[in-house]
Design a protein around this ligand. Structure first.
Ligand code: NGQ
Ligand code: ZN
Length: 458
């Protein structure tokens, strides 16, 4: 397949009159620039072309409760009172409902310009904690949703064993999440057997958080997954809430990131989600590692988590990507804007997260988040170059906010100047998934989602 576009953001920067060649596996095999006369066989794209954005952190089922937790649930509302409400949903949701919610979510992600998702999946069992006949029942549902939508997925089955630091017993709300290591091994092996050769599916592993596992369990989980795939991604919730940091210190005399680096070999396979509460030496340690910081700015704002030390971390060259986590927002531009605005409000300055003196904030954030997100998901995407998967986003040339702009200004406009979705067409692995703002299966997926929402909330 050949695609021609007047303007594209390539790995080396913006280029004009670009011709892409994409093979039958969905990989970019050739890129020519300044092509004055594209061959007739080339499809001409409607507008400026970007690499698709990986969404590195998702709990798909939580999309169903977005907007249902914005009033007082207690006298002192917090992350922990929100979590109670979330557990209320997690306790009752069915496999079919999960699949319908995830399908709608993934279609909406694609329409917003996300081309891959890291699904941090911890709902494993039936309500009450009873095992399904198949250990992959719920994993299969979210993976099926990703395949129906056509988004690339890195499925991250979660190891969840404890209710707090020091191997505390899990609470009743966590019964659907809990596995021992043998059962977890069975789950991982079944997932690899089933999906290891599937296109645009990867399997990784996710110890939920330091409060939900022990060192021994994390080591065993990593050993099991590494035997199946030596480069399998490893994700963890690391330091989202102040209370979590206090509890970690009380238990180990170390802060979470400090503890992690002291006890495990944290390399490029790792993604530290919600690295919110870090002391400066932890910021340095993370930045100097090859791990990716998984930032979820709108969810972290929504849950009252705190500010990630982005200015300092970015100055040190740390890798990062974005995730929509609880899905109160499905817009890469809005995530990136929230990230920069948080820092502006904190420091009373502007243009804080630009990569260097000459680059723009929008472009710096988009390019680095795409690159870091792809690394975290273990996918060969996040940039347009030969050898990469053809995950691309075509912007609407008629979006008012983009008119008269070229190059980095397009990304600044997208991030800072509008909440309208500027995405027109989206390709994942060489397949068009969104065409002129529409998805092939959107009507049916929406009907199923509507029914599901009625079942859950009325
Ligand atoms: C989660 N969500 O796993 O869905 C968590 C809440 C927890 C976020 N951390 C549960 N945003 O951390 O215990
Ligand atoms: Zn999460």
């Amino acid at each position: 397949m050949k695609l021609f576009t007047k303007h594209a953001l390539l790995a080396q920067g913006w280029a004009n009159d670009v011709l892409f060649e994409i093979d039958e596996h969905g990989q970019i095999t050739k890129i020519d620039c300044d092509v004055k006369q594209p061959s007739e066989a080339a499809q001409t794209l409607a507008g400026p072309t970007l690499p698709g954005m990986p969404n590195l952190h998702s709990h798909a089922f939580q999309r169903a409760m977005a907007g249902f937790a914005e009033r007082h649930a207690s006298r002192q509302d917090s992350f922990w009172t929100w979590r109670k409400l979330m557990y209320g949903l997690a306790e009752r949701i069915t496999p079919t409902q999960i699949q319908h919610i995830a399908s709608q979510l993934y279609v909406d992600m694609l329409k917003a310009g996300y081309t891959a998702v890291g699904e941090f999946h911890y709902l494993h069992h039936a309500p009450g904690g009873k095992f399904y006949e198949s250990p992959t029942e719920l994993s299969d549902r979210v993976i099926a949703a990703a395949q129906t939508a056509g988004i690339a997925i890195t499925h991250l089955p979660v190891l969840y064993a404890h209710g707090g630091f020091g191997a505390q017993a899990p609470n009743a709300g966590q019964r659907r999440f809990v596995n021992d290591i043998d059962r977890f091994a069975v789950l991982l092996e079944a997932l690899y057997t089933r999906y290891r050769d599937s296109k645009d599916i990867r399997i990784g592993v996710a110890p939920h958080s330091l409060r939900a596992v022990t060192l021994g369990l994390v080591q065993q989980a990593i050993a099991i997954v590494t035997q199946l795939d030596t480069s399998a991604p490893i994700h963890i919730h690391i330091a989202e809430q102040g209370k979590e940091v206090e509890d970690c210190v009380a238990w180990s005399k170390k802060r979470p990131v400090e503890w992690l680096f002291d006890n495990l070999h944290v390399d490029e396979r790792w993604c530290l989600v919600h690295a919110t509460h870090l002391a400066d030496d932890e910021v340095q340690q993370l930045a100097q590692s090859q791990a990716v910081a998984g930032l979820c700015p709108t969810t972290e704002a929504n849950l009252g988590d705190g500010f990630f030390a982005a200015a300092r971390y970015f100055e040190l060259g740390g890798g990062y990507g974005i995730g929509s986590d609880s899905h109160v927002c499905l817009s890469p531009g809005e995530e990136l804007r929230m990230l920069e605005y948080g820092q502006r409000l904190l420091y009373e300055r502007r243009a804080i997260l630009a990569a260097n003196e000459t680059s723009s904030v929008g472009a710096s954030l988009y390019i680095n988040a795409a690159k870091g997100g792809a690394r975290a998901l273990g996918c060969n995407s996040g940039r347009l170059e030969v050898g990469a998967r053809a995950d691309l986003v075509v912007l609407d040339p008629e979006a008012p906010i983009l008119l008269g702009k070229q190059g980095d200004l397009l990304l600044d406009a997208m991030v800072f100047a509008s909440s309208d979705n500027p995405v027109k067409d989206v390709m994942v692995g060489g397949q068009w998934r969104v065409v002129d703002g529409h998805h092939q299966h959107e009507a049916e997926i929406l009907r199923n989602y509507e029914r599901t929402q009625h079942e859950l909330w009325t």
